[in-house]
Design a protein around this ligand. Structure first.
Ligand SMILES: [Ca+2]
Ligand SMILES: [Ca+2]
Ligand SMILES: [Ca+2]
Ligand SMILES: [Ca+2]
Length: 608
């Protein structure tokens, strides 16, 4: 055996025993409240070399460990049996009964109680939680505790009103209500009390979109061949909607790379009211559409959460747009089988006759999926024989997002309980997500770790079986490249899995070769996706020459094509134009429809 393999074997054994030891200490050593269960000697040495923020983080971690020990139940047989639910890390025992709070939110509440506002603010920012003067932005789910029912089936307007009254009494500021879901600013000290309210089923991070971050495409798809075709205006205006996180620099491009002022509408639906909070992503998307067709009014809508997207869709429908581009996706916000609130929200557009075009995702090299395997019986999944970690290298300051999904058919109220851990190279728990899945509404089969890394290291994603009826298929997404074990299949993001949503993969403009990172289908229920492909690697003012890569750049080529056909052929609706595109897609290898480029790359080559 090679030395590297031996070292790996040793390290993994240490890892397993560390996790087990933490659990043992939790259940057996409540009196050891002032000692640290996770190896601390090495950690202290490291912290001397790290910055002040790292020391503060270590303080937070120690505080969390105090909480773990304070919450330790009566001693039991140490095992990973269901009764020994280990390390509900951030919840003290009196608060365990509810178990409706996401791990990170419970951690935030405990940190604020023990360490005050400034440490809590740091904790929130390191975990990607919106924080404002002691309030945190959350999604509250309203429903009754009926095992085996989804939230939608366990909720009603009366139940939602009851939770709204609870929130009002708690001093919360409600921002959006969609179905049984409420997005609100909630005072952190009220989280545990709210968790105990009978009609509150879950308090979670708000579902958020992420951009598929990072023209020649104009010629590739043949839009230049339409230069001599006069623009017709049969319905009093061609209108195109772009929904995105941020439109930085949009004002500078008016009248040249974007429509002039009288045909460029902007509106922020974001809680912060910003159009330009982030980067030029949305501006670059709009530039591509305008490269292909100039005769339209563009509607730019800035969003981040589902509640905000819901309002943006209403805005687009009210303004009678012909086609919508949203080069955004999320993971861990729905099961990926065409079901879920994200899908319901965006499919309001096609139901109103408006084609909704989205990016397939850039996650093919950031994804793993497979069945749970535990041949040594220690409760930890083996990604490969003898390897209980899916590792990656990352540097201090990286905002890491690890998302795990499973039990796709019953995702909304899962009885299968897995937990997700992130360990460093010395097997310290950097962070963990230990939400409860016991079959109640809002107990989604998802665990999510969001953490700004306090140091540079090799990190390990570890999956633990807490209580399941048998091995389940699960998937892991990491928000950066470099995951040790990868599976490209089924890496499509939400809402690209929607049946009425047009999902677009990316193929490089110069050679029509699909990008390795372009998310692959099929959906979790086995349907082919993406639907088609578009060019990427193209030039925009926003991202520079040949600088806009990804399915985010591919999708607006489809939207631009729909707009062009609608305008130049004098069609009445965007849906009419979309129908004309489908039979003219250029099939890319392998022959026939496939889960990389769908039915083919978009083309406007005449005749039409
Ligand atoms: Ca194992
Ligand atoms: Ca590994
Ligand atoms: Ca869990
Ligand atoms: Ca093909």
């Amino acid at each position: 055996m090679e030395p590297t393999e031996q070292r790996q074997g040793t390290r993994l054994r240490i890892r397993s025993s560390t996790v087990l030891m933490a659990a043992l200490l939790l259940v057996n050593l409540p009196s050891a409240a002032n000692s640290s269960p996770v190896p601390a000697a090495g950690q202290e040495q490291q912290s001397q070399q790290r910055d002040p923020e790292t020391r503060l983080r270590n303080e937070i971690r120690e505080s969390e460990q105090d909480d773990e020990q304070a919450s330790a139940p009566a001693p039991q047989q140490p095992s990973f049996a269901p009764s020994n639910y280990p390390a509900r890390a951030f919840s003290p025992p009196a608060r365990r009964s509810g178990q409706k709070l996401d791990t990170s939110l419970a951690g935030l509440a405990n940190i604020r109680t023990s360490r005050g506002d400034s440490v809590a603010a740091l904790f929130a920012s390191q975990r990607g939680l919106r924080w404002r003067d002691g309030d945190v932005f959350v999604r509250v789910d309203a429903g009754l505790a009926i095992a085996g029912r989804t939230l939608a089936a366990a909720s009603s307007r009366l139940i939602v009103d009851e939770v709204l009254a609870d929130l009002n009494q708690a001093g919360a500021h409600v921002r959006h209500v969609f179905g049984p879901h409420i997005e609100a600013w909630v005072p952190v000290e009220e989280l545990f009390a709210l968790e105990l309210r009978p009609s509150v089923r879950g308090i979670h991070r708000p579902w958020k979109m992420r951009s598929a971050a990072t023209s020649e495409g104009v010629e590739v798809i043949g839009a230049d061949r339409w230069d001599g075709v006069r623009f017709r205006d049969p319905t009093g205006g061609l209108r195109v909607g772009v929904i995105d996180l941020s439109f930085k620099g949009w004002e500078n491009l008016r009248g040249v790379d974007l429509p002039p002022e009288d045909r460029l509408m902007t509106r922020s639906f974001r809680d912060d009211g910003e159009l330009e909070i982030d980067d030029e992503h949305g501006t670059a998307v709009a530039e591509i559409i305008y490269d292909i067709e100039q005769g339209m009014t563009l509607y730019l809508a800035a969003v981040e959460t589902f509640g905000e997207i819901n309002e943006a869709i209403t805005y687009m429908i009210d303004n009678d747009v012909d086609v919508i581009n949203m080069s955004l996706g999320c993971v861990g916000c729905a099961p990926g089988n065409g079901e879920g609130v994200a899908i319901e929200i965006v499919e309001r557009a096609p139901q109103a006759g408006i084609p909704f075009v989205t990016s397939a995702g850039n996650e093919a090299r950031k994804h793993w999926i497979g069945g749970f395997v535990d041949s040594d019986g220690d409760g930890l999944h083996e990604f490969a024989p003898g390897d209980e970690s899916n590792s990656f290298d990352a540097v201090q300051g990286d905002e890491i997002v690890v998302v795990m999904n499973w039990d796709f058919p019953n995702w909304f109220a899962s009885t299968q309980d897995y937990d997700l851990l992130l360990l460093d190279s010395q097997d310290n728990i950097v962070d963990q997500s230990r939400n409860r899945q016991a079959g109640f509404p809002s107990q989604e089969a998802v665990e999510e770790i969001v953490i700004t890394l306090p140091f540079t290291d090799t990190f390990h994603v570890v999956v633990q079986d807490i209580q399941t009826s048998g091995p389940q298929v699960f998937e892991i997404f990491l928000n950066q490249d470099g995951l040790e074990h990868l599976v490209a299949e089924q890496s499509i993001t939400v809402p690209a899995d929607g049946r009425q949503v047009v999902a677009v993969g990316a193929a490089h403009w110069s050679n029509d070769v699909p990008q390795a990172f372009s998310s692959r289908g099929p959906t979790k229920d086995g349907r082919m996706k993406p639907d088609m492909a578009g060019p990427d690697g193209v030039s925009t003012v926003s991202f520079g020459p040949l600088g806009f890569f990804g399915t985010s750049a591919a999708a607006p080529h489809v939207v631009g094509a729909v707009a062009l056909l609608r305008g130049r052929l004098g069609l009445v609706t965007g849906a009419d134009a979309f129908q004309l595109l489908m039979p003219r897609l250029v099939d890319l290898p392998p022959a026939g429809a496939d889960n990389t480029s769908g039915h083919g790359r978009v083309s406007l080559i005449p005749p039409f």
